[in-house]
Design a protein around this ligand. Structure first.
Ligand SMILES: Cc1cc2nc3c(=O)[nH]c(=O)nc-3n(C[C@H](O)[C@H](O)[C@H](O)COP(=O)(O)OP(=O)(O)OC[C@H]3O[C@@H](n4cnc5c(N)ncnc54)[C@H](O)[C@@H]3O)c2cc1C
Length: 459
């Protein structure tokens, strides 16, 4: 039973069901393509559900919403079901809005959207090899409870984050910074419940000079809203001096979820490992958990409001910020981002800054766009490569330099790119499957019809 999945020729196979893969699959399915989705976890959502990442950051540039379409629909559905308050002000000095959500809710919303759009979904299924003939990808070898089987499609979308399909097809990739191959650190997230927001806020608001990175939004003082912050640098330095903390990070970064007293801690920093190396990834997971155990003791001892907090979970898997990138028809650069370069082929926009967590130690570098409200364009050509006719790469592994990837890697832009990838895959599958010949005007018209935001004046 169920084996016909390996006999059928799908229009589109999407490898990876993170937000980018889900956006791609749902968009292709809604357009009318037959779609098979392959996901190694038992649920969709990628880093957001499988690594405890949140909030989504950011849909806005200044007051303008520049990421809409599939991603906004996802937020709307989360809000309808009580799983998200929607876009709220960012109380740190980083972006204009952030979008908290409940990971369990996201799983069900994405399940629902995949099923409604007619996608066939294989969970607990790992793409392990790629069959390529010349320029064409013919099929993927899948490993799951059925054993090893192949799946076939006219067009393939690599939404694995690590670019597994492209790499195993032997396509040119980069991995890490050019000078030493180092990637951004991995982070094992922690999620706490039973944090006293009142106590935490009271401490922060009475010690504002110790939190220079906090942008105390007026709402913070007036209403009982949770607090997102980066700080406790002094306490961290002292704990390090006492040998209580060993992580290569100088402060605590925390985000409230949509639930009273629940916080995500984005603070461990695991450096020196390559997420595409199985041994390295396994060691990184364990190193991340060791750091979490130290941090758990630290938070409950030294951070006001955490005295009775309960560590709900770590991970579940370590979060990977960057690894392999496609070497595409075009490679997005920091210059393109910082100059807000217009592209005829723009398929998404973002206002998120270049956000590099130091690959070799403490510190992070953020390079912001010049003016509040500025945003840049992301061209289609970073998702396709000259060597493969029927492959689109989406999400955090698109063709971008180390610095540019550090800007476009976040959830809203990964989802917006996924919507473009799925729509382009549908258009190609109706013809000869060659995604390099995508008619950009038709793609952009289709995206606009679907409610995506595109600033045509910037083309
Ligand atoms: C520590 C950390 C903190 C972050 N903080 C934020 C934040 O605050 N806000 C924000 O918006 N973004 C944040 N990000 C970035 C964001 O989470 C991701 O980069 C973004 O969601 C990427 O989405 P994606 O769909 O491209 O990849 P992913 O979410 O990584 O999805 C890839 C999917 O492919 C699956 N997969 C991988 N390989 C295979 C395979 N071979 N076979 C089958 N399935 C496979 C994975 O299981 C996963 O479901 C953070 C990332 C990290 C790691």
């Amino acid at each position: 039973m169920g084996k016909e999945v390996y006999e059928r020729m799908y229009d589109v196979i999407v490898a990876g069901a993170g937000v980018s893969g889900c956006a791609a699959a749902v968009s292709a399915g809604r357009a009318g393509a037959s779609v098979l989705v392959i996901e190694k976890n038992g649920y969709p959502g990628g880093t957001l559900t499988g690594c405890g990442v949140g909030p989504m950051m950011t849909f806005h540039a200044g007051d303008k919403q520049i990421i809409c379409g599939f991603m906004q629909e996802t937020v709307d559905r989360l809000m309808e079901k009580g799983y998200s308050p929607g876009h709220v002000p960012d109380t740190k000095q980083y972006t204009d809005t952030i979008t908290p959500f409940r990971a369990e809710g996201l799983k069900t919303v994405l399940d629902e959207m995949l099923v409604e759009s007619g996608c066939k979904v294989l969970l607990h299924t790992f793409v392990g090899a790629v069959e390529r003939e010349g320029e064409k990808i013919k099929g993927l070898t899948l490993c799951n409870k059925d054993g090893l089987n192949k799946a076939w499609a006219k067009v393939f979308i690599d939404a694995t984050g690590d670019g597994d399909v492209a790499a195993w097809a032997g396509l040119p990739m980069t991995n890490g910074r050019p000078e030493d191959g180092a990637s951004q650190p991995m982070t094992m997230k922690m999620k706490y419940c039973n944090v006293s927001t009142q106590k935490l806020k009271e401490h922060v608001l009475t010690h504002l000079d110790e939190f220079p990175k906090l942008k105390p939004h007026e709402k913070l003082f007036k209403e009982d809203i949770p607090i997102d912050l980066e700080g406790f640098d002094g306490e961290v330095a002292q704990a390090k001096a006492r040998g209580e903390l060993s992580m290569a990070r100088e402060n605590i970064l925390m985000f409230a979820t949509d639930r009273e007293g629940e916080y995500i801690i984005n603070t461990t920093r695991v450096i020196g490992y390559d997420a595409t190396d199985a041994s390295g990834l396994s060691e990184a997971e364990m190193a991340g958990r060791r750091q979490c155990a130290e941090l758990d003791r630290f938070l409950r001892k030294y951070v006001p409001g955490f005295e009775n907090a309960l560590l709900e979970f770590t991970g579940p898997s370590i979060g990977v910020r960057s690894s392999r990138q496609l070497r595409g028809v075009y490679t997005l650069t920091a210059g393109d981002i910082l100059s807000c370069k217009p592209f005829d082929s723009a398929v998404a926009h973002s206002g998120y800054p270049i956000d590099i967590h130091n690959p070799s130690g403490e510190g992070a570098e953020a390079i912001f766009l010049t003016e509040r409200g500025d945003y840049y364009s992301i061209p289609f050509e970073i998702m396709v490569c000259p060597e493969a006719s029927n492959l689109i790469v989406t999400g955090r592994c698109v063709s971008a330099t180390f610095e540019a990837q550090a800007a476009i890697r976040v959830t809203p832009s990964a989802g917006a790119l996924g919507q473009a990838a799925g729509t382009a895959a549908f258009l190609a599958a109706r013809k000869d499957g060659d995604v390099r010949k995508t008619e950009l005007a038709a793609l952009r018209e289709a995206l606009l019809r679907q409610g995506a935001y595109l600033d045509l004046a910037r083309a």
